[in-house]
Write a protein that binds this ligand. Structure first.
Ligand SMILES: Cc1cc2nc3c(=O)[nH]c(=O)nc-3n(C[C@H](O)[C@H](O)[C@H](O)COP(=O)(O)O)c2cc1C
Length: 220
């Protein structure tokens, strides 16, 4: 079945030829520790002050192997791994409860860089979720209580009504809802990708060994 609108759009996107940032990434440029390498790239993305440099695509899969992905914000990184916060009744949280493995993808177009990270996922301890929840703006705290994330919602008014009720229920501090918390992905592999001319991109895969990490160049 043809659809002229979609055909035009397909033509348009198939002809996009953006100039790639063509600075090489060599093995010698890489820090032996992928956490250090990731920190360097994230810092450079943060310095550019554009958009959400801490936005990452989180891919999960359910018990049948059905994948789904969405953007979440990286809210913490330490030697254990990378953390984000969400609704514990959401689709992603349900996926992670049956299949506690995920991948994260960062894309920083200004630098022509992508990082993909994968590994097992654990819940962030409640005390850490409390600490982070306390720092959120009140509107986000009320939003976390109000939203039954990923469930059908009859109308926007219904959601706003719930927020108004919660605002009255918690005139002072808003406690962390029991259905809101964090997850921590423990990296087993990092892949650093750098755009190059002619689609001859540079890719390096770090894989965790017992003590340290191996680094392998991959075909683009
Ligand atoms: C820039 C951006 C940042 C987001 N950050 C988060 C986040 O940190 N946590 C979250 O639960 N959802 C976040 N979302 C919304 C998710 O993409 C998604 O719609 C929501 O979490 C429901 O996903 P799910 O139904 O697959 O569980 C963000 C969306 C965008 C576009």
């Amino acid at each position: 079945m043809t659809d002229p609108g979609l055909e035009r759009l397909s033509d348009q996107i198939s002809q996009i030829r953006s100039d790639q940032v063509d600075l090489p990434l060599e093995l010698d440029d890489l820090h032996p520790d992928p956490f250090e390498q990731f920190a360097t790239w994230l810092n450079e993305a943060l310095e550019a002050h554009k958009g959400w440099p801490n936005a990452m695509t989180l891919a999960t899969a359910d018990a049948h192997g059905q994948p789904s992905s969405r953007i979440v914000l990286l809210k913490g990184i330490d030697r254990r791994g990378l953390s984000f916060f969400t609704n514990l009744g959401s689709r992603k949280a349900n996926d992670l409860s049956v299949n506690p493995h995920a991948s994260l993808t960062f894309y920083w177009p200004l630098q022509g860089r992508q990082v993909c990270i994968r590994g097992p996922v654990l819940r962030v301890p409640d005390a850490e979720a409390d600490d982070y929840f306390e720092t959120r703006p009140r509107s986000s705290q009320l939003g976390a209580w109000a939203s039954k994330q990923s469930s059908p919602l009859a109308s926007r008014e219904e959601l706003e009504q719930v927020v108004a009720e919660l605002d009255a229920r918690y005139p002072d501090e808003v406690p962390r809802p029991p259905h809101w918390g964090g997850f921590l992905l423990e990296p087993e592999a990092f892949e650093f990708w750098k755009s190059r001319a002619g689609r001859l991109h540079d890719r390096f895969l770090y894989q965790r060994q017992t003590e340290d990490w191996t680094i392998t160049r991959l075909n683009p």
